[in-house]
Write a protein that binds this ligand. Structure first.
Ligand SMILES: [Zn+2]
Ligand SMILES: [Zn+2]
Length: 352
């Protein structure tokens, strides 16, 4: 089978590999869709690389079942949470697999999903309802789940306003989930291509983050059409990790507003405790999502009509990996996907 390996400093190779065999408690997936994520780009750009097949958004069909599996069968459509945990510790029992001391990330510790086939733990696989596409399954595995996790932690009400800072794959997912939850959503980025995709994903307002009036525009959006709903945004979800965006988080919030810091970024000191006090706001860190929240998200996708498809701007075969990674690295796009087996199952209503 084909698999994509990063070799360091923005280089990669598409190589032929033997099809991996599932071990105890594992299943092999025929990968139907898998996305390029911001965290893949950190690895792609680095000089030290894991040497595994890359990719951590596995979505596909169970193709082989290892010994000890009790739930899944060949032919099941699933998405797999990319943090595999150990399955036995306190953190894993709470579903917080990302905090497991013996966590094994797909595509870092084990062979990844930029391949025709990928082996994952059965316990990490969430069944895809018939109406949920493999593309949505790929989003569930990482960026869509991360957006969902931010909303779960913020505890929103549907009439409120949210500003999504950074319109990369996680930010676009936040726009789509926010609209499906009934919120008023403003998106902010500095790249015009991303603002355009944000608009297509349903953002009520998109703001150029480089514009001096950005914070004023976000606060005005929070005040609503008649200008008296709040004195700023009810929530901010910061996905960019950029210092210039982080500096705008507190000034954009209303009094007692809440923000989730999601984007991986630098350790610059941009938060002033005096400002937190002055605005009586709440800041929380949100790192991916609990395993059980993937099951919630599958239900929400099936019942709300939400789909992450509008965030996708490009789809590639595995042998086009160089072009795909170059595009994602430049960032002038929405979500970039690999479809290792073409556009979909014959006879299945989902086209991706
Ligand atoms: Zn990711
Ligand atoms: Zn564990």
């Amino acid at each position: 089978m084909l698999g994509v390996v990063f070799t360091g400093n923005r280089q990669l190779e598409v190589r032929e590999f033997p099809r991996p065999e599932p071990g105890y408690g594992e299943v092999r997936l025929r990968i139907m869709a898998t996305g390029i994520c911001g965290s893949d780009l950190h690895v792609y750009r680095a000089d030290q690389v894991p040497g595994q097949i890359a990719g951590h958004e596995p979505s596909g069909v169970v193709d082989a079942v290892g010994p000890g599996c009790e739930r899944l069968q060949v032919g099941d459509r699933v998405s797999a949470h990319h943090h595999q945990g150990c399955g036995t510790c306190h953190q894993c029992a709470r579903g917080e697999v990302v905090a497991c001391a013996r966590d094994q990330v797909v595509g870092v510790a084990t062979g990844g999903s930029f391949a025709e086939y990928c082996v994952v733990k059965e316990r990490n696989c969430v069944p895809l309802p018939d109406s949920v596409s493999f593309t949505d399954g790929a989003f569930m595995a990482c960026v869509g789940g991360t957006a969902w996790g931010a909303y779960k932690r913020l505890g929103i009400w549907p009439w409120e306003s949210v500003g999504v800072f950074g319109l990369g794959p996680v930010g676009l997912s936040c726009v789509l989930v926010g609209k499906a939850l009934g919120l008023r959503v403003a998106g902010m980025d500095v790249l015009p291509e991303r603002l355009e995709v944000g608009r297509r994903c349903g953002a009520d307002l998109v703001v150029d983050g480089a514009c001096e009036e950005a914070v004023a525009a976000l606060r005005e959006f929070g005040r609503g059409p008649a200008g008296h709903w709040a004195d700023g945004l009810d929530y901010v979800i910061e996905t960019s990790g950029a210092t210039a965006a982080r500096e705008k988080v507190i000034p954009s919030l209303r009094r007692e507003g809440k923000a989730a810091i999601v984007g991986v970024g630098q350790y610059d000191k941009v938060i002033n405790p005096g400002e937190i006090h002055g605005r009586a706001c709440t800041l929380l860190g949100s790192v991916v999502f609990h395993l059980d929240w993937s099951w919630d998200l599958a239900r929400f996708l099936a019942t709300s009509g939400l789909s992450f498809e509008p965030a996708v701007t490009h789809r590639f075969r595995l042998d086009q990996a160089e072009e795909a990674l170059r595009l994602a690295d430049e960032g002038r796009c929405g979500k970039v996907l690999f479809l290792p087996h073409g556009p979909g199952e014959v006879g299945h209503p989902c086209l991706s």
